[in-house]
Design a protein around this ligand. Structure first.
Ligand code: XIL
Length: 418
């Protein structure tokens, strides 16, 4: 499958790059640029030859900045000694065993190719009770050559069957996603007499086809992914919203419910999405009797330890509406955790993970957490600028050799003691 089809749109990448700059980095870059501009003026009005020198200087500063901010770092891994560990042995309890008596979901996301192999499969079965297909059920990933209504279900079928065969819950991710690349839909909507009606018809066809195909096998669907804007208040402008307003969300939920009345239907979104407007949307859906069962907060932590109270208070509000809440895509970038409550960065990452899960466990309708990957050998951050240059992201609970990291143990402790 060509993943670039899903995530190669430039605006998203630029958006991500901008949110990555911490204020500190951003301001120091501004100062450098201001200094250079000042210098340029001085040089321009004195001697023109010095322009060349300035260009050279600019390049030099640019390279220095790249080296400082975008080059890989190496951190000591003292955790294998600190925890006396090693790969889990099969007689020990896994996270899913601790979660079982709390009726909690401990999930992972991945492509089916990666997980359906002896060693990996055994580890996953030991630790997890839920599987989310990372890409294979996305609309654009299901289409042959991007052509609407022309589906190839090979990978998706394998994913759903894998969960069933191994007694795991399956999360369907995701039916409607503004960032999922649907070129044909966008082009045809642009020339349709009634674009809203055209898109609605395609939404209904797609949902009926996909949800209908897996009826009874998908526990929960992310019916709409990322409805809110990442950097601005309000809903995200995308082909669905631009032509249908929030009706696209309502209609998608109705279509999904019709195709599988027993599936739980979720809206899935960023940490820190525009909470007031999103909250009002949930209230409106409930008041209008539109089928909605929960909210999934993704939980990608990319740019520094977030305020945990802030991170979880929205989940609590949604839970108080009587809906379920989950963390659906958690991964905490290692480099974002530098200095957080420990001098050992892997420990910092673990402390943060533990604190988030602990806070979530206090929320009444919290159902569990899915991690966005299986171990640090592969993470989506390693293909997304600027994180692909800012290695290591190492955002998961296990390292590439399946050693359990402090993140694992901190979550383990929370589950043990609640
Ligand atoms: C990402 C996948 O992990 C990548 O492999 C793919 O190239 C792009 O999409 N939020 C989401 C997920 O809801 O679907 C995204 O997954 C990560 C951000």
């Amino acid at each position: 499958m060509d993943l670039s089809m899903i995530f190669d749109d430039l605006p998203s990448v630029i958006e991500l790059m901008i949110v990555t700059f911490t204020p500190k980095v951003f301001y120091s870059m501004l100062i450098v640029i201001a200094l250079l501009l000042g210098l340029s003026v001085v040089f321009f009005i004195t001697e023109k030859r010095k322009v060349l020198f300035l260009i050279g200087l600019n390049i030099l500063v640019g390279i220095t900045l790249v080296i400082i901010f975008f080059s890989p770092k190496v951190y000591e891994r003292s955790y294998t000694e600190a925890y006396g560990h090693h790969v889990a042995n099969d007689n020990e309890q896994g996270l899913k065993d601790l979660a079982a008596d709390k009726d909690l979901i401990i999930g992972f996301a991945s492509g089916i190719d990666r997980v359906d192999k002896g060693g990996v499969k055994a580890r996953l079965m030991h630790e997890f009770n839920s599987y989310t297909s990372e890409n294979d059920l996305k609309w654009s990933a299901l289409l042959v050559d991007g052509e609407l209504r022309k589906y190839d279900f090979t990978e998706a079928d394998r994913s759903v069957a894998f969960a069933k065969e191994h007694g795991m819950r399956f999360r369907g991710h995701a039916l409607i996603w503004g960032k999922g690349k649907l070129v044909q839909l966008t082009e045809e909507a642009a020339v349709a007499d009634d674009p809203g009606a055209y898109i609605l018809e395609e939404i209904r066809y797609h949902i009926k086809t996909v949800v209908g195909r897996y009826k009874g096998q998908v526990d929960s669907w992310d019916v709409v992914n990322e409805p809110m804007a990442l950097m601005a208040p309000g809903f995200e402008s995308n082909v669905f919203y631009d032509h249908m307003g929030i009706d696209y969300i309502k209609e998608a939920l109705k279509a999904a419910h019709e195709a599988d009345p027993d599936a739980k239907l979720f809206i899935n979104g960023y940490v820190g999405a525009d909470e007031e407007i999103l909250y009002d949307l949930f209230v409106e859906l409930i008041e209008e009797g539109i089928p909605i069962h929960g909210y999934g907060m993704q939980g990608h932590v990319m740019n520094g330890p977030m305020d945990i109270e802030k991170m979880t208070s929205f989940l609590k509000r949604i839970s108080d509406l009587g809906l379920e809440v989950e963390i659906t895509e958690m991964d905490v970038r290692l480099r974002a955790m530098e200095g957080y409550k420990s001098d050992d960065i892997y420990e910092s990452q673990g402390i943060f993970y533990g604190e988030v899960i602990k806070a979530c466990m206090e929320i009444e309708n919290f159902r569990g957490v899915t991690f966005w990957g299986v171990n640090d050998e592969r993470t989506w951050y390693d293909s997304v600028p600027p994180y692909k240059w800012q290695k290591p992201s190492d955002p998961l609970l296990f390292d590439s050799n399946w050693n359990r990291k402090p993140s694992y143990y901190h979550i383990y402790d929370v589950l043990m003691n609640i």
